[in-house]
Design a protein around this ligand. Structure first.
Ligand SMILES: Nc1ncnc2c1ncn2[C@@H]1O[C@H](COP(=O)(O)OP(=O)(O)OP(=O)(O)O)[C@@H](O)[C@H]1O
Length: 255
């Protein structure tokens, strides 16, 4: 995927606010890339443009040589809230996402395969309200994977979960990624989460949002908090982010 010269402005009351400027990134097939940055730097805006939900003001995003202009089946999206259909069972929610598949037997087989992968093989007939937040999020991951997208786009998928569930889902996502080797673009606020999961971390600065560091994480997996290299990287990134946050605080004080 090639993100080239992206700028994004939001216009409100005839005033243009540039939220992203000069975003250039090439993402290899199979890479797990995290986007980290202070609140409001434009992470979700960037992901929404890759999803085709928003159009860039200038620049273009290419996936397998096609310019992205709208949402497509080649991109599966997982949001902070699972957004499942409450009147459908777990199985039906996944089947609905792949309703275009003609062969019913194959369709059911595929839904079950991914639901088993996210440890929900015994919850097929349950409804979303009968599941915990973590389980609901697992359904939305299975739903996105079942569509067999080229890229998985994840916008703070574990942000609303408690710490224990979050750690468990991080491990599961890592296992799934090692099995499927999908390209993943993952927005998070957690430095540790990004180090644990990614091949590469894009650190964003703000006002306007730009990429201030592109860090390759060449550490063996699984990456433990107790590892010296992990702790050192965590400290370096947190210093970068603190600088950006200080910049915002100073600007706000001036106003
Ligand atoms: N539809 C919109 N209209 C106008 N401004 C918007 C709109 N959506 C987002 N913004 C502004 O664009 C900037 C970037 O927002 P965005 O949600 O992409 O940031 P973010 O990095 O994902 O933030 P967070 O980490 O808090 O989720 C913010 O200043 C936000 O107020």
């Amino acid at each position: 995927m090639q993100i080239s010269d992206i700028t994004k402005q939001y216009v409100q009351n005839d005033v243009a606010n540039t939220v992203l400027s000069s975003i250039n990134v090439d993402i290899e097939e199979g890479e797990f890339v995290s986007i980290l940055g202070p609140s409001g730097c434009g992470k979700s805006t960037l992901l929404s443009m890759v999803a085709g939900l928003l159009k860039p003001t200038s620049g273009e995003i290419r996936l397998q040589d096609s310019v992205i202009t709208k949402p497509g089946k080649d991109r599966g999206m997982v949001f902070q809230q699972a957004a499942l259909f409450p009147w459908m069972t777990v199985e039906e929610n996944v089947l609905f996402a792949i309703r275009d598949m003609k062969n019913k037997e194959e369709r059911v087989k595929r839904a079950h395969h991914y639901l088993k992968m996210v440890q929900l093989g015994s919850n097929l007939k349950q409804y979303p309200h009968e599941l915990s937040g973590g389980m609901q999020q697992r359904v939305s991951i299975a739903r996105a994977l079942a569509m067999d997208p080229t890229v998985l786009l994840m916008d703070e998928p574990f942000g609303a979960l408690d710490e224990q569930t979050r750690l468990r889902l991080q491990q599961e996502l890592e296992t799934i990624w090692l099995q499927t080797r999908k390209t993943v673009l993952f927005v998070t606020h957690s430095i540790h989460e990004s180090i644990k999961l990614s091949d590469r971390i894009l650190v964003m600065g703000t006002r306007p949002g730009t990429i201030i560091a592109d860090i390759k994480v060449n550490l063996p997996r699984p990456r433990l908090r107790t590892s010296e290299e992990v702790a050192e990287l965590e400290l370096n990134i947190s210093r970068m982010l603190e600088k950006e946050i200080d910049k915002v605080v100073k600007e706000e004080l001036k106003q």
